[in-house]
Design a protein around this ligand. Structure first.
Ligand code: GTP
Ligand code: MG
Length: 309
């Protein structure tokens, strides 16, 4: 459906919207009225109406239980490369959801992201979606060399595998948010089935320091998580984010670390997986607060070929 077909959008408005980057009905549906007002010079009333029409046309309103079930049936899973980890996740990383991997440095978060941007390209019968990946890299840790090793191990042509990964370097938290908010077009054009944000929180942590900025940071993070949720929902894609942990000064019992981002990130993530290093290069993954899976642990390893049992 073209944006001209939305009620209230004439040729002139369509032109303004396109120039401002709102080229699809999906892009308009997930926009905020203030954004359209600012970017495309629409009046507030018009902006609200156009967004509502776009949402209606995509059936983003109420759904019955049966409709939810039908939508869930279109959900797909991407294998992590480890059958133990896949088992913990109920078969793999789900589309229409955000999966968060959190843990200390070297726990394997970035390695899992690399494996997933390869695996998403595999055909469905091999644990992929036959689709491509968008990698938002905030720490400059995306390594094509690593993708080549993993792609070769999966029998993919390394250059093709790299062609199928769109990498976006995010330079600060605002830039990171903008990349997600403008991702609509690249998702459509490149057939993206997986969006990675590695790391979700590092820029937010350094851009908003001090107690006085905490609520600003949480508000921004909340908006960012919602933008990611919308993408996963509308495009039936998987979102995977990584998160560091910080030491808890008030710790007495159990694990002294806690994921950054607090309740905002915790609530917005559908699946949360805590990673920790174990003996002999092994890694332990623990599933935390899943809506429909039991808590549990899985052991996997990181080797040259990628993520394995
Ligand atoms: P931070 O981003 O620093 O918080 O850590 P992370 O959780 O993203 O860690 P990452 O995924 O980068 O894990 C790095 C670890 O993976 C290394 O310390 C190695 O143990 C392992 N690793 C990375 N590449 C290879 C490889 O080619 N072969 C093997 N055997 N292990 C590797
Ligand atoms: Mg990392």
């Amino acid at each position: 459906m073209d944006i001209e077909e939305l009620p209230g959008v004439g040729a002139a408005t369509a032109e303004k919207l396109r120039e401002a980057g709102y080229k699809t009905v999906e892009a308009i549906a997930v926009a905020h009225p203030a954004e359209l007002k600012e970017a495309a010079g629409l009046g507030e009333g018009t902006a609200i109406k156009v967004i509502a029409a776009a949402r209606d046309s995509l059936q983003m309103g109420f759904m019955t239980g049966i409709e939810v079930l039908e939508k869930r049936k279109t959900m797909r899973k991407i294998s992590t490369g480890s059958s133990a980890l896949d088992g913990l996740l109920g078969g793999g990383i789900e589309t229409q959801a955000i999966t968060e991997f959190f843990g200390e440095f070297g726990s394997g978060k970035t390695q899992i992201c690399h494996q997933l941007v390869v695996n998403v390209q595999l055909p469905e019968e091999e644990g992929g979606l036959g689709k491509n990946a968008l990698y938002i890299d905030t720490e400059n840790t995306f390594r094509p060399e690593r993708v080549i090793q993993m792609a070769e191990a999966k029998g993919l042509k390394p250059e093709e595998a790299l062609e199928n990964i769109v990498v976006a370097r995010a330079y600060n938290s605002d830039h990171q948010m903008l990349l997600v908010e403008k991702a609509e077009e690249v998702i459509r054009e490149k057939g993206i089935g997986l969006v990675i944000v590695d790391s979700l929180t590092s820029h937010f942590r350094s851009d908003y320091t001090g107690r006085g900025m905490l609520s600003d940071r949480q508000q921004k993070l909340n908006r960012h998580m919602h933008a990611l949720q919308r993408l996963s929902d509308i495009h039936n894609l998987a979102v995977v984010v990584t998160n560091q942990v910080m030491m808890r000064p008030d710790f007495f019992f159990g694990d002294p670390t806690a994921p950054i981002g607090g309740h905002v990130v915790a609530h917005a993530s559908t699946f949360r997986v805590y990673l920790r290093k174990s003996k002999g290069g092994k890694r332990v993954a623990r599933l935390i607060d899943s809506p429909n899976l039991p808590e549990g642990e899985a052991i996997f390893t990181v080797v040259k070929e990628g993520i394995k049992d």
